[in-house]
Design a protein. Structure first.
Length: 217
């Protein structure tokens, strides 16, 4: 007699144990490959993966499918969670150092080829410089992306590079990626340019009306 299509938990465990006693399972690769091939065949328009399966095989198929779904979900949502966490993390936290102090530390880190820490520190120095010059106004819990957005509004022509730099900062600071020497140099070039760039008045950003901002001493 055919096994029930919807066994209860005890029956499912019993059927699975009986199924796994089959000699074919002494080679895990063979039956796992078979189940995966059934799934792939079904997804590409073949026969349903459950056709011709015993209850034990059906339970094993469900377990494999659930595991594959879990891996896919983790792979898709993991980076999203990291980006959300990064966007909500304060750029400076309790760091009260001046731009000069931060920049000196960044240069020291770069001289020892600690590119990731050097990049993160130099980005903070660049944003603090803009705050000290009055180009932007720092606020509690300001994130790297928020800082770059504010700076981009006041420094026309730099929006894309500032946003890219903030994205790299987030990857290094919160996703623990590794920076390269050329990435640090690109940020150093951007820092040098925005540190002396002429800003526009907030209320006249659309018209790009320039306003002179004194450089920090």
């Amino acid at each position: 007699m055919s096994p029930p299509l919807t066994p209860n938990s005890d029956e499912a465990r019993r059927e699975l144990a009986q199924e796994l006693s089959n000699p074919i399972y002494s080679d895990p690769g063979s039956w796992i490959d078979d189940l995966i091939n059934r799934l792939l065949d079904w997804l590409t328009g073949g026969t349903p993966p459950t056709e011709g399966l015993s209850t034990g095989q059906l339970v094993a198929l469900i377990v494999v499918a659930a595991a594959l779904v879990a891996v896919v979900v983790w792979a898709l949502l993991g980076p999203v969670r990291s980006r959300r966490r990064a966007r909500g993390t304060a750029l400076f936290a309790a760091d009260e150092r001046t731009a000069t102090q931060l920049r000196a530390e960044a240069e020291s880190l770069a001289s020892s080829e600690q590119w990731s820490l050097a990049y993160v520190t130099l980005f903070r120095a660049m944003i603090r410089t803009l705050g000290e010059r009055g180009v932007i106004t720092e606020f509690a819990a300001m994130t790297a992306q928020e800082a770059s957005d504010l700076a981009g509004e006041r420094l026309p022509g730099f929006e894309a590079r500032l946003s890219t730099a903030a994205g790299v900062f987030d990857l290094l600071a919160y996703d623990h990626r590794t920076a390269r020497a050329d990435q640090y140099q690109q940020l150093a070039d951007l820092d040098a340019e925005v540190s002396t760039a002429q800003a526009v008045a907030p209320e006249a950003s659309v018209a790009l009306t320039p306003v002179r901002v004194e450089s920090a001493s």
